[in-house]
Design a binder for this molecule. Structure first.
Ligand code: ADP
Ligand code: ZN
Length: 598
């Protein structure tokens, strides 16, 4: 074929100077005709691992992908780099489908993206036997496993490929790391001979922040207000109803936002997705169970309005931020009330084994949110990866929690639990502490207690923060089986008797003022005025070509242009993401903007 050195292809076709590890190793292996199984986080750069070998090996590379909506963008992006690519799925009309098959037959395609059921139809398999096939790439390979979180029955059929085409290398790719899923993928796809490549799961460009959930909508608004205009983000919430409500309230405030969940009609869903991809919609509010179809490289922030059920989902969802490598944020609003909601889901499960696993996972999620040490360390540790030093890019690292002497408040809290007879939940105890005139308090005579009204110094949510830490530190127990009644533990004694003092972390409800810097992926400051001007040309070109803006150039490329300000063709070619084809196609338009600007 026309290419023979992968590093040249990387530079000339894709405009990138260096492989990320372990891309090169994987690519070499597949070019040699051997199988590979690639486990890499979202945004890690999986696509090149099969795209480059497909350009090197004779024949067409067949890529299986579960999401029709993503195929078109991938194909557009390849075409924008001058690669002969097409897709074959149910979204094509009859004539279009025929023309794709003709190109396939005439060996005009480098890459063909196909839906699994189309690929595995007998007619199509017959066709493939007649032409050279460079490789099979199975994207989102975890979909083949029932252990995974996204099992797709049509993926199971793919297991036949290994036997039907013994000479064709197969590469499976996923961002799901857990061992059981991994073994299942190998087994079901027949990848026993595959080289397995697991790359680090860290996403250093994402800044993790956890806030105590107080008035979540106000917190969200405040957060959005602190963000640069035009930044795109996803807000995840637990239920459809909540998604609708948040999206509606945002829209009412003039923020461009839309709801996205399984109950939204197909038409509206693709409208939302398109608009978001095209940078015409700023915020997508989605249910946690949904949103896999949102695959946009320049998502700048992901907010969890409600607590996710486990760290696996949380990490996957936050991973949708910053796929382009630019600084991005993940914000979790952590409310104790959410734990109870998830717990009731779990209690409703029929299988006790599953209950146990889910409960354990929830516990890990809560521990992450409550952690007072580097978030990234906790997260990666959960996935079995040791972080050598603290990350310097999470709320705890950037702004270590402030501690205050809570001895007096803690004593008030504990003695009030004692005075009400260790028979009430947190909400009620706080009412008594703050001297509520609530009917229940009065009728039980709790306004006569010595602890009645001694906690007026703090607001109710400040008290919840203290109670939660007391529970977490083991001074109090919450009897989950019994209306979440609070009880003292043995540890509470010395504190109550004044033999011990206690420092607690001051809860945080606002992000630290430190703004995410506007820098390139390698950390260089860039010119924001120029960046906006470049975005504008990109928007026009994208509109004219009928593709999402990132297909023309990603934000990371624009950021480099705005940092280096190249004014001639050879300097422009130095920008990451500018290959030979794009230089010819778009170079002059962008150079004109830069020249005019400098
Ligand atoms: P994944 O499929 O693993 O989520 P992608 O293949 O979409 O990730 O890659 C994520 C981003 O990183 C894309 O914008 C891609 O162009 C970019 N990228 C991939 N490999 C490199 C590289 N070697 N150098 C620079 N950018 C890269
Ligand atoms: Zn950190």
């Amino acid at each position: 074929m026309k290419y023979d050195n992968p590093a040249d292809t990387l530079l000339q076709v894709f405009g990138y100077k260096h492989f990320r590890s372990p891309q090169e190793e994987i690519i070499t292996r597949v070019i040699q005709g051997r199988d590979a199984f690639v486990i890499m986080p979202t945004g890690g750069g999986k696509s090149l691992c099969f795209q480059i070998p497909a350009l090197h090996r004779p024949g067409v590379g067949i890529v299986v992908s579960p999401l029709i909506s993503l195929m078109k963008d991938q194909v557009d992006a390849l075409q924008a780099n001058g690669v002969e690519a097409a897709f074959y799925n149910s979204s094509l009309g009859e004539a279009e489908a025929r023309s794709v098959l003709a190109r396939l037959h005439n060996k005009q395609l480098d890459l063909l993206y196909a839906a699994p059921e189309r690929l595995m139809s007998e007619g199509f398999l017959e066709r493939l036997k007649e032409i050279p096939v460079a490789l099979f790439a199975i994207d989102e390979a975890h979909c083949v496993s029932q252990w995974g979180h996204d099992f797709r029955p049509e993926y199971v059929q793919l297991g036949r490929l290994r036997r039907l085409f013994p000479q064709v290398p197969m590469i499976a790719l996923t961002a799901t790391a857990d061992k059981q899923t991994r073994e299942d993928v190998v087994h079901r796809l027949g990848l026993d001979e595959a080289g397995i490549f697991v790359s680090g799961f860290d996403r250093p460009n994402i800044r993790y922040t956890v806030l105590e959930k107080r008035k979540p909508f106000d917190q969200l608004i405040e957060y959005l207000a602190g963000r640069p205009q035009g930044d795109a983000g996803i807000v995840y919430a637990l239920s459809r109803r909540r998604v609708e409500e948040i999206a509606g309230k945002l829209a009412a405030r003039g923020i461009s936002a839309a709801a996205y969940h399984a109950g939204v009609g197909d038409k509206e869903r693709s409208r939302v997705q398109e608009a978001f991809l095209r940078d015409e919609l700023q915020v997508v509010v989605a249910t946690v169970a949904f949103g896999m179809g949102i695959d946009k490289p320049n998502v700048r922030y992901v907010v969890h309005y409600d607590l996710p059920k486990n760290l696996e989902s949380y990490y996957q969802e936050t991973g949708r931020a910053g796929r382009d490598g630019l600084p991005s944020e993940a914000l979790l609003l952590f409310g104790y009330g959410d734990i109870a909601i998830i717990r009731s889901f779990i209690d409703g499960m029929e299988n006790p084994d599953q209950q146990r696993i889910e409960s354990h996972k929830l516990q890990a999620m809560v521990s992450f949110a409550e952690a007072q040490t580097c978030r990234r360390r906790v997260l990666l540790g959960y996935f079995g990866e040791l972080l050598e030093k603290e990350c310097g890019n999470c709320d705890i690292c950037l702004n270590p929690p402030e501690r205050f002497d809570a001895t007096e408040d803690a004593r008030k809290a504990l003695s009030c639990v004692y005075r009400v007879g260790q028979r009430f939940g947190m909400g009620y105890v706080i009412e008594v502490l703050r001297g509520s005139r609530n009917q229940r308090v009065l009728s039980l005579g709790h306004d006569k207690l010595s602890t009645y009204g001694i906690g007026k110094n703090l607001a109710a949510d400040e008290w919840s923060a203290i109670f939660n830490q007391l529970i977490h530190l083991g001074y109090l127990e919450k009897d989950i089986a019994n209306y979440s009644v609070l009880k003292l533990t043995a540890r509470a004694r010395p504190l109550l008797k004044g033999e011990e003092s206690l420092f607690l972390a001051r809860p945080r409800t606002k992000t630290a003022a430190k703004k995410v810097r506007r820098v390139t992926a390698s950390g260089l400051k860039y010119d924001e005025g120029l960046y906006e001007a470049l975005r504008e040309v990109r928007r026009q070109l994208a509109k004219a070509a009928g593709v999402p803006p990132f297909v023309i150039f990603g934000d990371a490329s624009l950021a480099e242009m705005a940092a280096f300000k190249p004014t001639d063709r050879s300097a422009f070619l130095e920008v990451s993401g500018v290959g030979a084809y794009k230089l010819e196609k778009y170079g002059e338009e962008f150079l004109a903007v830069i020249r005019k600007y400098v």
